[in-house]
Design a protein around this ligand. Structure first.
Ligand code: COA
Length: 257
């Protein structure tokens, strides 16, 4: 079991913590595997009544590990560890709470769209720079973001790749509250424990009612996965990943030919 996802259970709340601070908590296949297994296990155990996600250090997560992306560029998203995690998250039946302790990039932000309560430190920012990486949105974010924040703000996030700072995310309705960094985790824990103490069947049924019929979202995720897999195999993504790893600006001038 990887130590790069810390798993801790207390008071009916299962805590999952990204713990790869030297790589800005970028998520590897092994980490996705641990997250997916933890969610599957949590859904079968009645003692787990809520799940809390957070990150170690000064970042929530820098998103998918870009070296892994480069290695996956011969394959696709569906059936791969990120795809399995996204599905487990989107279909998870218990309340999900997030404590966003810093930048949440890529899947770091898209996973929040599946959470019920999101708390952020003032240093948190949400960004989905898929286009800049030669990629397309995942985890249903191409549908959920326009729905949640309106088309204009979703376009700034998804097309321009502009980060949304904590306070703006709160104002846009993506974050419940901005909490001082020192209090963030305890606050999120306290909120998760409140959910853990509620009648679970009523809570689960309410979560279902608050979401639109899941088939449409899962179908959109399939469309995204197909486009994502194609993009992952393309020249734009390869150039973006290589440029990041070589610490240089990407050059897309030849990519559209
Ligand atoms: N995948 C793999 N490695 C990553 C990573 C990622 N997503 N994000 C950061 N790292 C690694 C860096 O390569 C670096 O490794 P090294 O020390 O071995 O060179 C280390 O983490 C520290 O990152 P660095 O870029 O030096 O830190 P920074 O403080 O200057 O910048 C970020 C932090 C998060 C802004 C920057 O690392 C970044 O933009 N990461 C990529 C984000 C991204 O595009 N994610 C994919 C979304 S789909």
């Amino acid at each position: 079991m990887t130590q790069e996802i810390l798993i801790h259970e207390a008071g009916g709340v299962l805590e999952l913590c990204f713990n790869r601070p030297d790589k800005k908590n970028a998520i590897t296949g092994a980490m996705y595997g641990a997250l997916t297994a933890a969610l599957k296990d949590a859904s079968t155990r009645s003692t787990v009544r809520a799940v809390l996600v957070t990150g170690e250090g000064n970042i929530f997560t820098a998103g998918n590990d870009i070296k892994d992306f480069l290695a996956m560029s011969g394959g696709g998203l569906d059936g791969a560890p990120p795809g399995r995690f996204i599905r487990a998250l989107a279909t998870f039946s218990k309340p999900l709470v997030a404590a966003v302790n810093g930048p949440a990039i890529g899947i770091g932000t898209t996973l929040l769209l599946h959470c019920d309560l999101v708390y952020a430190s003032p240093a948190a920012s949400l960004s989905v720079p898929f286009v800049d990486l030669g990629l397309v949105p995942e985890a249903g974010s191409s549908a959920l973001l326009p729905l949640r924040v309106g088309f204009a703000r979703a376009a700034a996030l998804l097309l321009l790749g502009e980060p949304m700072e904590a306070e703006a995310a709160r104002a846009a309705g993506l974050v419940n509250a901005v909490v001082p960094a020192g209090d963030l985790l305890e606050h999120a824990r306290a909120q998760a424990r409140k959910l853990a103490a509620k009648p679970p069947a009523a809570l689960a049924a309410t979560r279902v009612l608050m979401r639109s019929e899941p088939g449409a979202l899962l179908a959109q995720m399939d469309r995204e996965a197909a486009a994502f897999s194609e993009a992952l195999r393309g020249a734009e993504a390869r150039e973006a990943f290589t440029a990041f790893l070589e610490r240089r600006a990407p050059d897309f001038s030849a990519a559209a030919e």
